[in-house]
Design a protein around this ligand. Structure first.
Ligand code: GRF
Length: 195
């Protein structure tokens, strides 16, 4: 069975959707006060949290991450709102085994503000993309992407909500296609829809 870890920096709604459907070996956050850690505790998922500023440099920080992934024999790292660019140390050890979700239709609107930039640009449609992670910013090979429409009566909030709802469908779909086994129904009673 493929073992997965999720990296998240903030709210963790994508993590929650993943953890409701798949066994997540652990979640890592680079922010000790990130809400994703609360969600993980509620779902009974092991957590690790440490911050870049506790290390000499990014290479040392990522070396700690690589040790963690190796110790847990992780097959696939799922980035879900992990707000750091993956550096050379982590890539050297895990390239080809790291996937990311991006809230736009790449290569359109890469970077940290994909939803806002699509909204500002007035597009009629944006999307959601899952891709392999390489050394660029949201440039890795695309695994799957879907279009999300923007309607005339949308506010940025309704548009954003539609994008997130699409993410919650697409990430589990892709994980299943990548061979991550779903939890048995037995586990699903911990389901908590408070995203
Ligand atoms: C998502 O929109 C994801 O695509 C982007 O960051 C956001 C994370 O949201 N990379 P959450 O922490 O999963 O709620």
């Amino acid at each position: 069975m493929k073992k997965i870890a999720v990296f998240a920096s903030g709210s963790g709604s994508n993590f929650q959707v993943i953890a409701e459907q798949f066994k997540v070996d652990f979640v890592f956050s680079d922010h000790k006060d990130a809400y994703v850690l609360e969600r993980a505790k509620r779902l009974g998922v092991l957590t690790y949290a440490f911050e870049l500023n506790e290390f000499d440099d990014k290479a040392t920080y990522e070396a700690a991450l690589v040790r963690l992934l190796d110790e847990h024999q992780i097959d696939l790292v799922c980035l879900a709102g992990y707000m750091k660019i993956v550096g050379a140390t982590l890539l050297a050890a895990y390239e080809g085994r790291i996937v990311n979700i991006h809230p736009a239709y790449l290569p359109e609107f890469p970077g940290a503000h994909g939803i806002e930039e699509a909204w500002e640009a007035g597009v009629e449609q944006s999307g959601v993309t899952i891709h392999w992670v390489d050394s660029g910013v949201d440039t890795g090979q695309i695994i799957k992407q879907v279009r999300v429409p923007r309607f005339a009566d949308d506010s940025i909030n309704s548009f954003e909500k539609r994008i997130h709802e699409t993410e919650y469908q697409l990430y589990p779909e892709v994980l299943q296609e990548l061979g991550v086994e779903k939890k048995s129904l037995f586990y699903n009673d911990v389901r908590n829809s408070n995203r």
